[in-house]
Ligand binder design. Structure first.
Ligand SMILES: Nc1nc2c(c(=O)[nH]1)N[C@H]1C(S)=C(S)[C@@H](COP(=O)(O)OP(=O)(O)OC[C@H]3O[C@@H](n4cnc5c(=O)[nH]c(N)nc54)[C@H](O)[C@@H]3O)O[C@H]1N2
Ligand SMILES: Nc1nc2c(c(=O)[nH]1)N[C@H]1C(S)=C(S)[C@@H](COP(=O)(O)OP(=O)(O)OC[C@H]3O[C@@H](n4cnc5c(=O)[nH]c(N)nc54)[C@H](O)[C@@H]3O)O[C@H]1N2
Ligand code: SF4
Ligand SMILES: [Mo]
Length: 846
């Protein structure tokens, strides 16, 4: 193996040439634009020559992370070694049929998968003993290599012991993968986790007020219809950093056709650099006031689309409320302040959101008069504590101006690869044929309560008194819960309290570092293959690239081996072979017929194909042969302007509001939404009015002012990594330095210069980072990329990596979805040096 890694190193693309490419990418507007059209990674001349002389083949490699994009990546495999990567060259690139080109992460994937810090062998903590041993050493103990047999015996005997002593409810499996949950479910069940981190309050608000599930693809326009917009507002959306792949490129086509772009964001983002005609900096977690201020102007200047509201909506004014509701409880009177004495004027809004009243007025006028307007919003502005008012009011603004259901109009809560391309999937994979196994235990801990629940044994289950829970084992699978959920310092405490922690991962990431036993997992590059979905026009079929590295094993192998030791039937845990699962997905894959009348089979399989794959199946005819799909690695649906697959959400409803009524109690768009209020009441954290009203967020701007935390923190999705995934890749660390954004005037007032080390403190913890002093962020706002792997310095009481969930508090509210962008902090200069993290030692434990 050492030799294999040595050989791979010889072939590596030089760090210098990679950084050169990164520099072009981050340098400015042109950079993000050119990504879809730029060349492949360059290698130095000597290396190019050496590589050219090698016999090898291109294999479609998985890029499977939860990264907001989905691109075609190929690995050149020579002698079982990956020597270089490339991206989509399966067809000529054009604006109408763009190639699905990868980002810097995809291009540095070898540095990740073949990293020296891959977990190589099962390891246990030196001071571990049954029941935990010195539990306080979790996160700082030494590691000891053990055999797979010993590792599996330890994990299974702890599972048995804990079940016997405390019962199944003591097992906590927070997230990721289906394999271990199958084992735990068959073994009597486990306490699960609930609550979303991505969508913020859009998650339940969108379906409650529209009757349509919020899966991203269901809202807004497809990429061609976006070109019909007059104005596109990126309302807290930064696709150039957080939806890599085609979204920014699609926006550019709209821009080329003359669409105006306004960006409302505390940061002047990469997307703003590329697209914005105007940038409106705002205070985080206060957007609702901006919306209400705009609504006030629109109402008082007779710009309301009354016919739209009367026909399609419930709750705008006293004449359109559900029966029995107090007529004072309507949106119009709330905005005008008729009964509460506070008109939500632009001046009122300006005080809170920091956007001037003049600008609010101008924006309102433009929004109401330049129809159609499309609003694209990431999860970010709704990723705030008790922030249900934001999505509710943003939708209402669109209803008031008839900016819904018309080509080029709409509100799209979406930050993934469908954000510029809404509409039903034009190609999709079939199911894998594996029957689910239900978890017999119904108790679930909310993201924002789980660590505290482990510390004090209580959790919320509805509006009644809290219930008891006694977690004694944390089993970390395919996720990064400790690092990626708010309240990390509580999380570490909880990890040091329970009797057993196990983590299966590719790396000694945060979950693994704080565990007793770590199990090395093989990556999808080392597995048989599979499918990946992306934007609605593509399906990717990746294949095995290399053999499993070192002693790593698949998640399923681990599940079966544990199952055997727990007396479970491995056939029930793993009833369908990997080969058959992939075949099922491919044979079941469907593609939209060219006349849009429904779906047909995608892949042709001959009897010989089926035989050579060693699977059960019957020959079928589809649009692409199995061999071609495997070779290309992608099927891309052909599109053109004006085709039958263009899409705008709510178009059907607008055409026929009775026949195609919505799945809400009123059949209409609900500005007055009792089901939403009931839903939140039932969850048990707080109450919400059925109307969209402004209520300051917990740890929003107002709390910061009140409590002496003058800065509002936003935690952005960062190009270095996909959440915490790939944070350990040194090249990416060097390219994206995990900097702390602060406005130049704020920095000057604190005596902070560019690259100075600063300490950032919230009510929950402290981090240190180097300052990026810039005009590209609003005054009073600071930002750090989420996902860095915590490096806690106990002596100093600070995290050196800038792990944002050290700062984000575990504050349960509303729907129970996390509010990572409402967080108050203090900032001060830190008078000790901090070396750039790409120079830090990697976490190599054997
Ligand atoms: N402060 C702050 N925190 C945030 C956010 C924020 O905006 N601010 N954003 C939130 C959002 S939107 C999200 S979606 C979450 C993401 O939170 P997570 O999904 O928990 O985070 P990832 O870092 O994607 O974790 C994936 C892990 O799986 C591992 N892995 C990859 N492949 C395999 C495999 O085949 N098997 C196994 N066993 N492991 C594998 C990777 O090494 C990695 O450790 O983070 C949230 N956290
Ligand atoms: N590079 C990279 N891309 C990713 C991911 C990743 O980890 N890395 N993760 C993917 C996943 S799972 C998700 S869920 C998405 C998240 O996608 P988003 O939520 O769209 O991404 P963010 O970077 O959190 O925020 C987008 C913009 O919103 C702004 N913003 C923050 N708070 C507010 C606010 O209160 N008001 C307004 N108006 N703007 C605000 C931020 O400054 C930022 O520019 O990203 C996906 N894409
Ligand atoms: S955007 Fe995502 S899928 Fe595409 S190359 Fe980057 S990491 Fe891979
Ligand atoms: Mo997410």
């Amino acid at each position: 193996m050492a030799d294999l890694i040595g050989k791979a190193k010889d072939y590596m693309l030089s760090r210098r040439s990679f950084l050169r490419m990164t520099a072009t990418f981050t340098a400015g507007a042109a950079a993000a634009v050119t990504l879809p059209g730029c060349g492949l990674v360059k290698v130095d001349a000597e290396q190019a020559e050496m590589l050219a002389n090698q016999e090898g083949k291109w294999v479609t490699s998985a890029c499977w992370h939860n990264c907001g994009g989905r691109c075609l990546n190929k690995a050149f495999v020579v002698n079982g070694i990956v020597t270089k990567m490339k991206t989509d060259d399966t067809h000529p690139d054009s604006p109408d049929n763009p190639q699905q080109r990868s980002c810097l992460r995809g291009r540095s994937h070898r540095q990740h998968i073949l990293g020296a810090d891959r977990l190589k062998y099962p390891m246990k903590r030196k001071n571990w003993e049954p029941g935990g041993g010195k539990k306080e050493l979790r996160g700082k103990d030494e590691w000891v290599r053990i055999s797979w047999d010993e590792a599996l015996d330890i994990v299974s005997s702890e599972i048995k012991r804990i079940k016997e002593k405390y019962g199944n409810g003591a097992f906590f499996y927070p997230s990721g993968g289906t394999e271990i949950p199958r084992v735990l479910s068959l073994y009597g069940g486990y306490t699960a986790r609930w609550g979303l981190v991505s969508w913020g309050t859009w998650a339940d608000v969108y379906p409650k007020i529209t009757g349509i599930a919020n899966n991203g693809a269901s809202s807004g326009n497809d990429r061609f219809r976006l070109r019909d917009s007059k104005l596109i507002i990126l309302w807290g959306a930064n696709p150039a950093s957080s939806s890599m792949g085609t979204p920014t490129y699609n926006f550019l086509q709209a821009k080329k056709e003359g669409v105006k772009f306004i960006v409302i964001d505390p940061l002047y983002t990469e997307s703003a650099r590329v697209l914005a005609d105007e940038w409106i900096p705002i205070r985080p977690a206060t957007d609702t006031t901006l919306i209400l201020g705009m609504a006030h102007y629109i109402i008082t200047n007779n710009l309301v689309d009354k016919a739209f509201l009367d026909t399609y909506c419930l709750g705008y004014d006293a004449d359109h409320l559900p029966e029995g509701v107090d007529p004072k409880e309507n949106f119009k009177d709330y905005v005008l302040g008729t009964f509460d004495g506070t008109p939500k004027t632009p001046e009122w809004a300006a005080e809170i959101c920091g956007v001037s009243a003049d600008l609010i007025t101008k924006l309102a006028k433009e929004y109401a008069t330049s129809k159609p307007v499309a609003v694209i919003t990431g999860g970010a502005p709704a990723r705030i504590n008790n922030g249900e008012h934001f999505p509710h009011s943003l939708m209402t603004l669109a209803f008031m101006t008839g900016n819904i259901g018309v080509p080029g109009a709409g509100v799209s809560p979406n930050m993934h690869n469908s954000s510029t391309n809404a509409g039903p999937a034009l190609v999709k994979a079939g199911g894998n044929g594996v029957p689910a196994i239900a978890n017999p235990i119904k108790a679930k801990l909310n993201n924002l309560e789980m660590w505290q629940a482990m510390l004090d044994g209580k959790y919320t289950d509805g509006p009644g008194p809290k219930k008891d829970v006694n977690i004694q084992m944390i089993y970390h699978g395919y996720a990064s819960d400790l690092n990626q959920r708010a309240g990390m310092m509580k999380g570490i405490e909880a990890h040091r309290k329970v009797e057993f922690v196990v983590s299966q991962n590719l790396f000694l990431n945060t979950n693994s570092r704080y565990a007793d036993v770590v199990l090395p997992v093989s990556s999808p590059w080392e597995s048989y293959g599979g499918t990946l979905t992306g934007n609605r026009e593509i399906l990717i079929y990746y294949s095995q690239v290399i053999e499993p590295l070192y002693e790593s094993k698949s998640d399923m192998w681990i599940a079966k081996e544990l199952g055997k030791r727990l007396g479970l039937d491995p056939q029930v845990i793993d009833p369908v072979s990997e080969e058959q699962q992939v075949y099922n997905q491919l044979a079941g894959a469907t593609v939209m017929k060219m006349d849009a009348s429904g779906y047909e089979k995608l892949v042709t399989f001959t009897a010989e194909d089926i035989q050579s794959l060693g699977v059960k199946g019957t020959p079928q005819t589809g649009r692409i042969t199995y061999a071609e799909f495997k070779e290309k690695g992608i099927y891309q649906f052909p599109r053109s302007r004006g085709d039958k697959f263009e899409f705008t959400s709510f178009e059907d409803f607008l055409a026929d509001p009775v026949g195609k009524k919505l799945a809400t109690p009123s059949g209409k768009l609900e500005i007055y939404c009792q089901p939403l209020a009931d839903h939140i009441e039932k969850i048990g954290f707080n109450l919400k009015s059925p109307l969209p009203k402004y209520e300051p967020s917990i740890e929003g701007y107002e709390d910061g002012v009140k409590d002496g935390y003058p800065f509002q923190l936003v935690t952005i999705h960062y190009q270095r990594r996909s959440h915490s995934t790939m944070d350990n890749v040194p090249w990416l660390r060097e390219a994206f330095p995990q900097e702390f954004w602060i406005n130049a005037s704020d920095a000057a007032a604190l005596g902070i210069k560019n690259n100075d080390i600063v300490k950032v403190t919230s009510r929950w913890g402290s981090i240190i980072r180097q300052a990026y002093v810039t005009e590209r962020i609003n005054v009073g706002v600071v930002a750090v990329g989420e996902g860095a792997w915590i490096e806690y310095d106990d002596a100093e009481g600070v995290d050196k990596a800038g792990a944002t969930n050290v700062l984000n508090g575990p504050i349960p509210s509303g729907q129970g979805h996390t509010g990572h962008n409402s967080c108050n902090v203090k900032v001060e200069k830190y008078n000790k040096p901090l070396a750039p993290d790409y120079t830090w030692p990697q976490r190599i434990i054997f």
